[in-house]
Write a protein that binds this ligand. Structure first.
Ligand SMILES: Nc1nc2c(ncn2[C@@H]2O[C@H](COP(=O)(O)OP(=O)(O)OP(=O)(O)O)[C@@H](O)[C@H]2O)c(=O)[nH]1
Ligand SMILES: [Mg+2]
Length: 405
């Protein structure tokens, strides 16, 4: 439902976006809320802004405590490793047991409910990379309204790169999953890939606005998008629209309200008496919407699949670089989004590489020999020269060559 915000509210949001100071942001958000008319179309937006205010307040408190040298509960967990994965679930589903099984984290496993009261991170090794797995305090009904640790847990989920939705197969898993998905939806965190994606990259004043439509605008014209952005005073930067986008999707992106986080379902306690039936029911409910990985932390089964599943859910690739004239590629891969080009890799390494890019040579991990297949080969041979727009794939080894000065 469209928000139909009045111009003053839009202008206020432009101020919200422009400030980095948390205290100021809170005040501007409160002023923004005062300018938003209250009706069905703005309900969720207001809820989301209120949650953001509450989170910012906690953040400020935490900083104050730190400055005063006091401990106290941690609200946020700084990212480490290739990706941060937050584990969500109702109490006693075995989140701590999972961390104890696959990471180095010190966690408390207990048969009492609500044992974990603040987020606990641990590192999980998968082949040559590490994922940071974070146990979030339990979700419960009305978490999105701030019940229990709801604010914190959903804040962690919003900030994560990916989610593990954990359910307990000794009980009705379908009911647990519905509750989790409900709270996520209330907090405007999508786990289903949206049909459209709008990325707004703001730039400094004067560079102008560039709108790239890689997909299609469904209910509006380019002109409408420009008008909308103008009404929010976005006049400098790049706006990238992929998939099938509506004007509402663009507005959602401006208001930073809805986010998409890839998610996996981990169904724990396959050893429990009713696990088989509960898993069947869960599978019927989920269909092919999400991957389900059945495990038992008690028996240590199913865990060996987790690394690959997490890796695949994130839509990332590992790229290894090699210095020209060296034999071995880098041990540590660059972690990039699927669909990244050679030039984007160069940009990540160093602005110099980007500005002076000449060509690259690429070796594929799995060299496809085209025999018997009609598929056009991505590379004719290994070590082939490619241009800046060449699309990289998982496991590629890349040698970047720069223009001489
Ligand atoms: N049968 C069985 N029990 C398990 C399994 N995994 C964990 N448990 C038990 O489930 C209970 C809760 O486990 P925790 O890992 O503490 O659960 P949690 O999700 O971290 O719960 P809170 O932090 O308290 O919200 C403990 O008694 C565990 O021993 C499993 O695979 N099978
Ligand atoms: Mg726990």
């Amino acid at each position: 439902m469209p928000a139909n915000l009045p111009p003053q509210a839009k202008r206020k949001w432009a101020e919200v976006s422009a400030t980095k100071n948390p205290q100021q942001k809170i005040e501007l958000m409160q002023e923004f809320l005062g300018l938003v008319p209250k009706h069905k179309g703005t309900e969720k937006l207001c809820g989301q802004v209120k949650r953001q205010i509450a989170i910012l307040k906690r953040e400020i408190e935490e900083k104050k405590r730190k400055r005063a040298g006091k401990g106290g509960p941690k609200f946020f967990i700084g990212k480490e490793g290739a990706a941060q994965i937050v584990v969500l679930g109702l109490t006693k589903v075995g989140r701590s047991s999972l961390l104890a099984s696959i990471t180095n984290a010190k966690v408390e496993v207990s048969n009492y409910p609500y044992t974990t009261r603040e987020p606990v991170p641990g590192m999980f090794q998968y082949e040559d990379l590490q994922f940071q797995i974070v146990e979030a305090p339990a979700l419960m009904k009305s978490s999105a309204e701030g019940e229990g640790w709801g604010l914190q847990t959903l804040g962690l989920a919003r900030n994560a790169d990916g989610l593990i939705l954990m359910v307990d197969l000794s009980e009705d898993a379908r009911e647990q999953l519905s509750l989790i998905l409900n709270e996520l939806e209330e907090a405007r965190i999508l786990t289903k890939k949206p049909r459209a994606r709008v990325d707004i990259e703001r730039k400094h004043f004067g560079v102008g606005l560039r709108i790239l439509v890689l997909g299609r605008l469904i209910d509006c014209t380019m002109r409408d998008v420009e008008e909308l952005l103008k009404s929010y005073r976005i006049s400098d930067g790049t706006v990238k629209i992929s998939g099938e986008a509506t004007l509402d999707d663009v507005e959602d992106a401006v208001l930073e309200s809805t986010v998409y986080r890839p998610a996996l379902i981990v169904a724990n306690k396959t050893d429990a008496p009713k696990a088989v039936d509960n898993l069947k029911e869960l599978e019927a409910f989920v269909g092919d919407q999400m991957r389900i990985i059945p495990i038992s932390c008690r028996d240590k089964t199913g865990l060996e699949k987790l690394g690959r599943e997490i890796f695949e859910s994130l839509g990332i690739v590992r790229i290894y670089t090699r210095e020209p004239n060296e034999r071995e590629p880098s041990k540590k891969p660059f972690i990039l989004k699927k669909g990244t080009t050679v030039l984007e890799l160069a940009k990540q390494i160093h602005s110099d590489f980007y500005e002076r890019f000449s060509y690259a040579k690429v070796w594929a991990k799995h060299h496809q020999n085209g025999e018997g297949s009609n598929r056009r080969r991505r590379l004719q041979y290994n070590g082939q020269k490619v241009g800046p727009d060449f699309l990289l794939e998982e496991g590629d080894i890349v040698e970047l060559h720069m223009k001489r000065l």
